[in-house]
Design a protein around this ligand. Sequence first.
Ligand code: OXD
Length: 306
Amino acid sequence: MQVTCCFADGSAPVWAADLAAALPGASVRAWQEGDPAAEVAVVWKPSQRFFEAQPALKAIFNAGAGVDALAGLRLPRNVPVIRLEDAGMAEQMCDYVVHAVLHHYRQFDVYAAQAGQRVWAPKPPRSKTDYPVGILGHGVLGQAVAKALTAAGFDVVAWARTPRTDAPIPVHVGDEARRDFFRAARIVVCLLPLTPATRGILDANAFDTMQPGGYVVNVARGAHLDVDALLAALASGQLAGATLDVFDDEPLPAEHPLWRHPAVRVTPHISAATLRAEAIEQIVAKLRALEAGEPPTGVIVAERGY
Ligand code: OXD
């Protein structure tokens, strides 16, 4: 089996070395112009040029959860695109989101500001029932985060595009239920795939519908969020704050107002990194399933975009 790795961040050689160790008998390369065509591609934000040099692919593995970087490319027809599910990301995502939610709920920003002034001024305790959390997205990561927040004592609802059976929390389904979802939440966490249907879902309408003094955590993609609407909702007090890990333009430009906003916490797209060892284990398992003629999970449905 010929495997090729193409990573926009220059990490293809280490992926190729680790994949070679996990796939004895396979020939694994970090892609370079002029390489022979491969049967399997492992990619992160690859170029169109890469796909043009790959006429023989049988499977494309995306080394992350989001496949939006492939959306603008012409991919070979009828070749499955398979994304990572969990692969060590769920635990990181739960840590990040639970921390962001508790940080806001327990008013740690207020106490940090007070500590800077040596002010000792306890605030009245809050009740979790006043801070219901809505999670946009109920896939592998969304479900893990919902479970972690429920275990932390929050009332959690979710929104998904397709009905979920046996979900342990209420799941609002489809565009017509979006308003009810936002109305039910004071804290909203975005974990959606980025598709034309979810682009800009965190907009003025959403913020106006959320319970007042709301809080937003975006760990999906920057394009889910209308930044101007967020800044306006923060200015009016409809939103109390936000924790943002993802941005339209990454790295977030130094002059961007989000860096300076006192109610916004910015992190550099670190909520759930791809862990190479776990990812390779999952890729190998999915390859074995394909070889055995079984459909692996995580195959992208082109019309849906995730
Ligand atoms: C991903 C990411 O999609 O890291 O996996 O953003």
